[in-house]
Write a protein that binds this ligand. Structure first.
Ligand code: IPM
Ligand code: MN
Length: 342
């Protein structure tokens, strides 16, 4: 079955890496039909919007979305560009599970002494600290107040935890649930309670609760002790940049924004962002985008091409190609992956 993919290359290095990812997916035998949408900061400067008013409706008809990166802060404030495109898609399509794998590909040197870790971070992706609830009053005066309210709903917390328990069940059976319930006694205690309630339904999963500060230390000092890690939106955001760092950098950090109910398309994107500083230099590492596209094929029930993509990528990194930031050109890395497939 051929799947219809909406491509949103976005800004900066998002453009070349999505191109590379699609080329590799096709060469791996994926059955894909793509339509590209030029929604980006350029689009904003030309039309005053990051995407057309009916952008969400347009995307709804696709089987999945592959996104490159959004943002060019020198031209459009991030608070505008991200709230005009990336974050609305995650929320509108109820992509409540943001999945980010952290492990070292062969040949990639991380900063840690150990290579022995394989962590799956699961980040709540629609509410929590990213709820958007809040406001500012008395702007520009000494009495100015800014409020940003974290919103945790039973539905939202339960579904992400349940998703995480299921993932742990399918892996090594360990789940780390991350909060800060010693300091945040409403939302985070609520999260802990729901974790404990669900744990009784998953006696085969060993659950450990951590505070976010301790988890940061553990990911550096003992990453091999972790299997599935679940956290709220902001905590998950921060932890997964740490995860990217220990796996050799953002060039290798892949992600999937999943709608587990499949009531709307899921979205797949590398974590690295648009990297304006190196955009147009031809040195963006396409690995994170290729890995994200492989996750997309998994989600679309095309596991064979997904596995071929991962194997080809790993064969290439094992030879030291694409393993050092900025050294190899995007085209050279992509060609090497394509050759490994052929
Ligand atoms: C990420 C990014 C986004 C996030 C930004 C760009 C809004 O950092 O996907 O991790 O915080 O979710
Ligand atoms: Mn982030």
């Amino acid at each position: 079955m051929t799947h219809r993919i909406a491509l949103i290359p976005g800004d900066g290095i998002g453009v070349p890496v999505t191109q590379a990812a699609i080329a590799v997916a096709r060469a791996a035998g994926a059955a894909l039909e793509t339509e590209a949408f030029p929604w980006s900061c350029d689009h904003y400067l030309a039309h005053g919007r990051m995407m057309p008013e009916d952008g969400i409706d347009t995307l709804r008809g696709f089987d999945a979305i592959l996104l490159g990166a959004i943002g060019w802060p020198a031209r459009v404030p991030d608070s505008v560009s991200l709230h005009g495109l990336l974050l609305p898609i995650r929320k509108a399509f109820v992509q409540y599970a943001n999945i980010r794998p952290h492990r070292l590909l062969p040949g990639v040197e991380g900063p840690l002494k150990t290579r022995d870790f394989d962590i799956l971070c699961i980040r709540e992706n629609t509410e929590g600290e990213y709820s958007g609830a809040g406001g500012r009053v008395h702007q520009g005066t000494p009495n100015e107040v800014a409020v940003e309210t974290s919103v945790f709903t039973r539905t939202g917390v339960e579904r992400i935890l349940r998703f995480a328990f299921e993932q742990a069940r399918g892996r090594r059976g360990h789940l780390a649930s991350v909060t800060k319930s010693n300091a945040q006694r409403h939302t985070m205690v609520f999260w802990d309670e729901i974790t404990d309630q669900l744990a009784t339904e998953y006696p085969d999963v060993i659950v450990t609760r951590y505070h976010i500060d301790a988890m940061c230390a553990r990911m550096v000092m003992a990453p091999e002790s972790l299997d599935v890690v679940v956290a709220s939106n902001l905590f998950g955001d921060i932890l997964t940049d740490l995860g990217a760092a220990i796996q050799g950098g953002l060039g290798f950090a892949a992600s999937a924004n999943i709608n587990p109910d499949r009531s709307a398309p899921s979205m797949f994107e590398p974590v690295h962002g648009s990297a304006p500083d190196i955009a147009d230099q031809g040195i963006a590492n396409p690995m994170a985008a290729i890995w994200s596209a492989a996750m997309m094929l998994e989600h679309l029930d095309q596991p064979a091409p997904a596995a071929r993509m991962m194997a080809a990528m790993e064969a290439v990194t094992a030879r030291g190609i694409g393993t050092v930031p900025g050294r190899d050109r995007t085209d050279a890395i992509t060609d090497a992956v394509l050759k490994a497939l052929a």
